[in-house]
Design a protein around this ligand. Structure first.
Ligand code: PLP
Length: 212
């Protein structure tokens, strides 16, 4: 699919669910994609991107940013404390706060670097042991820890189990975000972004559908 196709899909799903496309951010997930593959999107006016590895992003994005200073880069991968410094320096938003120790590490770096990034908490809605994210039952405690660290939590993020109906996870995430009065929901990928929009997503993370 092209960028235009995805945008049409977003517009359709918004029309079906009475939502405004302006309330939805399409993050182009560029992991494993080369700068040559990313450039056409930038040339088409797209500015919001996401990567799941700090080092890979460091190799690609500083050069792209000198050409397009207004590009926004979101972090959507598992974050280790020893990468917090680089992550805070490079990214504009972090979607994967999932434990108190990483909340503290990121908050400390933000103070040191005098950079305040909005963040999301990743919730392991399917409670899969191999996946990152806080268990739904532990979300309250993590929210408290983030508040104590003065982290700016704006929303929740999830990656549904592949074998499940994604909408069930999207609706659970929506309910959890509403309970905590969080305005943003990072959910929906290539296969299910329309369903995610119907369930209230504000940040779509789309990779393979854009790059083939
Ligand atoms: C790779 C990735 C995506 C994009 O998935 P596609 O199915 O290629 O659209 C979304 N979110 C995360 C966290 C990813 O790692």
């Amino acid at each position: 699919m092209s960028l235009a196709d995805i945008k049409n899909g977003i517009a359709e799903a918004c029309a079906e669910s009475g939502r405004n496309p302006a309330d939805i951010t399409l993050l182009a997930v560029t992991k494993t994609r080369t700068p040559e593959m990313i450039m056409p999107l930038l040339n088409a006016g797209h500015r919001t991107f996401a990567e799941n590895r700090v080092q890979e992003a460091e190799e690609k994005y500083p050069a792209l940013r000198t050409q397009y200073p207004d590009l926004q880069l979101h972090f959507i991968g598992h974050l280790q404390s020893n990468k917090a410094r680089e992550a805070v320096a490079l990214f504009d938003c972090i979607h994967t706060i999932d434990r108190a120790s990483i909340a503290d590490a990121v908050a400390n770096e933000m103070i040191k670097q005098n950079r305040r990034l909005p963040c999301f908490i990743q919730v392991n809605t399917g409670e899969e042991p191999q996946k990152g994210g806080v268990a739904p039952k532990d979300l309250d405690a993590l929210m408290d820890a983030c508040r104590a660290a003065q982290l700016d939590i704006r929303g929740l993020m999830c990656i549904p189990p592949e074998e499940d109906v994604a909408s069930l996870h999207f609706l659970l995430l929506n309910k959890l975000a509403a309970a905590h009065q969080l305005p943003f929901l990072s959910m929906g990928m290539s296969a299910d972004f329309k369903a995610a929009i119907r369930c209230g997503s504000t940040h779509l993370r789309v990779g393979s559908a854009l790059f083939g």
